[in-house]
Design a protein around this ligand. Structure first.
Ligand SMILES: [Zn+2]
Length: 118
C-alpha cells in the first residue's frame, strides 16, 4: 500500500510580470498556496507515514524565504517567476530532504496552479 502526506502553506510575494496575459507589467504581488506531497510505503506505530514529522516544518522553512520578498531575487535566473517555475524550485529544494517527494503544486489567488512531479 502506498501512503501520501500533503503539507500546505501560503505566502505573499511580488514579482515583475513574465506572463503577459495574466500579470501587469510592473512589480506587483500575489497570494500563493504551496502543496507538497510525499509518498510513504509504511506507517509507524502511531499510524503516521514514517519520516513525515518534518515535512510541514521543512516546507514552512522554505516558504519563509519567499514570504514578502520579490521572487526574482530568490529564484534561479534561468526561469521567470511563474507558478510552474516556483514549483520547480521548491521541488528541487524539498527533494534534497525527501527522496520520495511526489509533487509540488503552487497556486495563486487567480485559480491557476503550476505542478511539478517526478
Ligand atoms: Zn503576477
Amino acid at each position: 500500500m502506498l501512503y501520501s502526506l500533503v503539507a500546505y502553506r501560503t505566502f505573499d510575494s511580488n514579482h515583475k510580470a513574465q506572463e503577459p496575459s495574466r500579470c501587469r507589467d510592473s512589480l506587483h504581488g500575489h497570494h500563493f498556496g504551496v502543496r507538497a506531497t510525499v509518498a510513504f510505503d509504511d506507517l509507524d506505530a502511531n499510524g503516521m507515514p514514517r519520516g513525515s514529522e518534518s515535512l510541514e516544518e521543512a516546507l514552512a522553512r522554505l516558504i519563509f524565504e519567499f514570504d514578502h520578498r520579490q521572487l526574482e531575487l530568490i529564484l534561479p535566473t534561468r526561469h521567470p517567476a511563474t507558478l510552474t517555475s516556483i514549483a520547480a524550485y521548491l521541488f528541487d529544494r524539498l527533494a534534497q530532504g525527501f527522496k520520495d517527494l511526489e509533487s509540488v503544486e503552487v497556486s495563486d489567488e487567480r485559480g491557476l496552479c503550476g505542478r511539478v512531479s517526478r
